[in-house]
Design a protein around this ligand. Structure first.
Ligand SMILES: *Cc1c(COP(=O)(O)O)cnc(C)c1O
Length: 384
């Protein structure tokens, strides 16, 4: 029988959250794939984090960039009862959370500027200050944390500039300093000496700030690799990637599990003869007569093209090899002699063998990049 491309109706996941996407974005491919985010796994990861830090440590989860692709609003709503605050990068992310009803303090990592300064007051966002210029911008009544650079050399205040900054802080009685923090640049490596060095520096510098201010330093790497060494850092912690179930570095952490699975469906299959090539560039040839299946997911949805001929997918619990070049909207799978029925669920990612960190390793990146690049066109569904 000649194979035809099937257009399946939306699958039975009626709870799919379309993230208020413009309707043009919800193309046919989006209907034949979705991401599932498991809240029970999120609860377990939170427990793993809590078990690693000192009692009474405040949790300030990092839900920047749509919670690393998992959906900032649903993640924030789920976490709200268990955490003290949230961290984002841009003020607009904070505005979106406020409008969704999030009441916890929200710390914005990016420094404020003239164009967005008003939303810090209107939406009660905590600014990050690393220069007197930022202090000068802040409107009366605004709260802020001071970000000190101890080696990352990205956004924090350089040590030499701290005297000027602390002097300026004294003069602004109409705004509220609430915290001081720094960021580790190599905490993902369990054997690094830089964490101790940075902490040492932070220990000395933080004493210039009022004792009631919150001190925080730890990202995922520090929480899982340096928890014992760094008691001071644990007024509060800023867990990011570990919330979503991934280690910050190469060392796997058994107590963490990915929240995310990515599922599509077989929309097409066709016979191939031994020696015939499939997809662009003829980068794969059939080792024998058999069937090639197609899913409507490609690099336009965030599936890295570098994974071509290098990844596996799971159909009903069995792993199959992806074959040929991954294309913009479609990906091919070698089914062997199994003419798997159209409409069958196909998993690209799961919490088992098909993990984002495996993709990351094969494409020389990190799980952070894999999950943040999954297109917003792919609907997110929440369970648990
Ligand atoms: C992203 C970020 C974090 C979280 O980092 P993870 O490695 O994902 O835990 C914490 N603090 C700052 C300043 C960040 O930019």
């Amino acid at each position: 029988m000649a194979s035809e491309y099937i257009e399946l109706p939306p699958d039975d996941s009626s709870t799919v959250n379309s993230n208020n996407q413009p309707s043009l974005m919800v193309d046919q491919a989006s209907l034949n794939q979705h991401i599932t985010i498991d809240f029970l796994t999120l609860d377990q990861n939170i427990e793993a984090i809590t078990n690693n830090v000192a009692p009474n440590t405040q949790l300030w989860p990092v839900i920047k960039d749509d919670a690393y692709g998992h959906g900032a609003i649903p993640i924030a709503k789920r976490l709200a009862p268990q955490v003290h605050g949230f961290c984002v990068v841009r003020p607009l992310e904070g505005v979106i959370l406020r409008e969704a009803g999030i009441r916890q303090p929200i710390l914005v990592f990016e420094p404020p500027n003239e164009r967005n300064i008003a939303v810090y007051t209107s939406h009660n966002l905590i600014a990050s200050v690393s220069h007197i210029r930022h202090l000068d911008l802040l409107e009366s009544g605004c709260s802020y944390h001071v970000n000190i650079d101890t080696g990352m050399k990205r956004l924090g205040a350089p040590i030499e500039e701290l005297p000027v900054l602390t002097q300026a802080i004294q003069k602004r009685k109409d705004i509220y300093g609430k915290g001081v923090y720094t960021h580790f640049y190599k905490a993902d490596d369990p054997g690094s000496t830089t964490v101790a060095e940075q902490l040492d520096l932070f220990q000395r510098l933080q004493s210039q700030f009022p004792t009631e201010w919150l001190r925080h330093t730890a990202n995922s790497g520090a929480i899982f690799h340096y928890a014992k060494q760094l008691p001071l850092s644990f007024d509060a912690v800023r867990p990011g990637v570990c919330l979503y179930g991934y280690s910050a570095g190469n060392q796997a952490i058994d107590s963490l599990s990915p929240l995310l699975s990515w599922q599509s469906r077989l929309v097409h299959h066709q016979p191939v003869k031994k020696g015939e090539s499939v997809s662009y560039g003829a980068r794969w040839r059939a080792p024998r007569d058999g069937w090639v299946g197609v899913i409507p997911v490609g690099y336009a949805h965030g599936l890295p093209r570098l994974l071509s001929n290098q990844m596996q997918l799971s159909i009903e619990g069995t792993l199959y090899e992806q074959v040929g070049s991954i294309t913009m909207d479609f990906t091919l799978i070698w089914l062997g002699e199994n003419k798997i029925p159209l409409g069958s669920p196909v998993f690209l990612l799961d919490a088992d063998q098909l993990r984002a960190n495996v993709w990351a390793e094969k494409t020389q990146t990190i799980a952070y990049e894999i999950t943040t690049r999954i297109s917003p066109k792919v609907p997110r569904e929440y369970v648990g």
